[in-house]
Design a protein around this ligand. Structure first.
Ligand code: ASC
Length: 132
């Protein structure tokens, strides 16, 4: 039995909320006092989500927002699978690299890699997320 679209949309949003939480922790380290262990934990969390098969969060039937089912995703994500897949592959690759770099504890290198990861987030938003 497939989960209901409204349930999938809720999972989808909670997954990105969790990414934002991890992302904020790394940002706090990079912009403030660097905490190697916390960056490792947060980067591993992002990598785990990136590797978890995010495509499964976009089944047919979850395209449209309707009342409390509202979603910010653009229809293009569902119609241009090649482009969406490429965006996902970039995110996965930069997230895995950040997890690797985090283990070195090299704050400057983490900052650079964190920037590359953020660019993949933003790229996907530009292409596939409706403007607020
Ligand atoms: C976040 C968040 C985003 C991304 C993006 C990265 O923490 O909520 O949408 O990072 O700003 O460029």
């Amino acid at each position: 039995q497939a989960p209901k679209p409204e349930q999938v949309i809720k999972w989808r949003q909670s997954v990105y909320q969790t990414l934002a939480w991890y992302n904020g922790r790394i940002k706090a380290s990079v912009d403030g006092t660097y905490n190697k262990d916390d960056v490792i934990r947060a980067a591993n969390g992002i990598a785990a989500i990136a590797n978890s098969g995010l495509g499964a969060l976009y089944p047919a039937g979850t395209e449209t927002g309707k009342g409390w089912r509202e979603t910010s995703v653009k229809p293009e994500l569902f119609t241009d699978g090649a482009k969406a897949g490429e965006a996902a592959r970039k995110f996965i690759s930069e997230a895995n690299e950040l997890a690797k770099v985090a283990n070195t504890g090299d704050a400057a290198a983490v900052k650079v890699q964190f920037g590359k990861l953020g660019a993949t987030c933003k790229g996907c938003h530009d292409d596939f997320r409706k403007k607020d």
